[in-house]
Design a protein around this ligand. Structure first.
Ligand code: SF4
Ligand code: SF4
Length: 385
């Protein structure tokens, strides 16, 4: 298992995580999955669910295995259970007992990541951050009951506000190649509703707001953990995918993990076999991870000329890591000046773009028509080497 630093939190999280949402079986089922996760080195768990059964099963499983302190848990504030139903609530009379219930069911007195749960509206973000809800978050943080403050959202406009806020240290955000082509929306149903079909003709490459979000998150050190990496399963189904063919889980995982600032993808499991399927990413070869051919089948011109960081163009005869150079270039070019952190990372590369001999060998292998040699020359100019 590879581990990544979750932005400025400094936490080292497994790049494959555990989204607890689908863990709705018995305690024995939960134990089997948690054991499989631990055996594979998974150490980050998202628990947004308010229902007592899943909370208790997960908490009891960690207690039985004596492993709570080895896990980094995303515990949500504002996800409540009322009349046997999930209710997203901002009323502290509901929010506080729901969070205390989470701690109690996990037999713990802290959450590593205290997540302000599911804000998709810009107005609501401002209200929460300026009101009693955030005062409560601040209190929990000061007391060490939550070690770091996070926020979950599906809307890149809200995610951007979170990334720009010095109060929010990380975000849980929906990332996949289909959503990445869609504009911001305050309504999750616009991207994930049952009735939604992706309009192939309306899609036109990576949405600039989303590209800027990733760049800004990288710059501010706001770590990203990923939800909806398979777009609710649609990307695994040829008839529902905007690409017209099914992606494999390993390809979706690779896409998420090759976005800037992303540290981990939360994958849902109900059996140890599901864990093994996701963890197979760790040993998959480049061909199995490669999502390029599928994305290249996206609507005409959707990604044309844009680097998706897929790595399909390797090898370079002089040893340039083309996707990484392109990623740093894209990150830097979106800013008024090159951020120091990006410059340092670029300079730490063994071979930089200045070494390009313009042989164009990579361009014939790029399914997206990226003018790599031109891009290398632009990168060399921008970074000075
Ligand atoms: S240049 Fe093309 S093949 Fe290479 S990483 Fe970018 S999109 Fe992929
Ligand atoms: S054009 Fe430049 S980056 Fe591409 S393979 Fe040749 S030397 Fe490498």
């Amino acid at each position: 298992m590879q581990y990544r630093t979750l932005g400025n939190t400094g936490l080292k999280v497994s790049e494959i995580g555990f989204g607890g949402e689908w863990m709705d079986g018995t305690l024995e089922d939960t134990l089997a999955v948690v054991r499989a996760c631990e055996d594979a080195g998974i150490n980050i768990l998202d628990c947004w669910m308010p229902d007592p059964t899943r909370r208790s099963n997960l908490g009891d499983a960690l207690q039985e295995l004596g492993s709570r302190d080895r896990w980094i848990i995303q515990g949500h504030l504002g996800s409540t259970w009322q009349n046997e139903q999930y209710v997203r609530d901002r009323d502290l009379d509901q929010v506080k007992p729901a969070f205390e219930d989470l701690l109690a069911r996990f037999h713990t007195d802290y959450m590593d990541l205290g997540m302000i749960h599911y804000i998709d509206k810009v107005d609501e973000f401002h209200q929460i951050m300026a009101g009693p809800f955030y005062d409560y978050v601040r209190e929990l943080h000061a007391a060490g009951t939550i070690r770091h403050v996070g926020l979950s959202t599906h809307n890149p406009a809200v995610a951007r506000l979170a990334v720009e806020s010095s109060d929010i240290e990380m975000i849980l955000f929906s990332v996949n190649p289909a959503f990445d082509m869609m504009p911001a929306s305050e309504n999750l149903d616009d991207v994930l509703g049952e009735h939604v079909t992706f309009d192939r003709d309306a899609l036109d490459g990576v949405n600039p707001d989303r590209a800027e979000l990733y760049a800004l998150a990288e710059e501010t050190g706001t770590g990203i953990t990923v939800m909806k990496g398979y777009a609710g399963g649609r990307l695994l189904d040829a008839s529902a995918s905007p690409f017209g063919v099914a992606l494999a889980p390993v390809q979706c995982i690779h896409y998420a993990l090759t976005r800037p600032a992303v540290a981990s993808i939360m994958v849902g499991y109900t059996t140890p076999e599901h864990v093994a399927e996701a963890v197979a990413y760790e040993t998959a070869d480049d061909a199995a991870r490669d999502y390029a051919a599928v994305l290249a089948g996206a609507p005409r011109h959707a990604y044309y000329g844009q680097c998706t960081y897929c790595g399909h163009c390797a090898p370079c005869p002089v040893g340039i890591d083309i996707p990484t150079v392109n990623k740093f270039y894209d990150l830097a070019a979106m800013q008024p000046s090159v951020p120091d952190s990006v410059r340092e990372h670029y300079r730490a590369l063994g071979v930089t773009a200045g070494a390009c001999i313009a042989c164009h060998a990579c361009e014939s292998r790029c399914p997206f028509g990226v003018k790599v040699a031109d891009k290398m020359s632009q990168a060399a100019r921008l970074f000075g080497c």
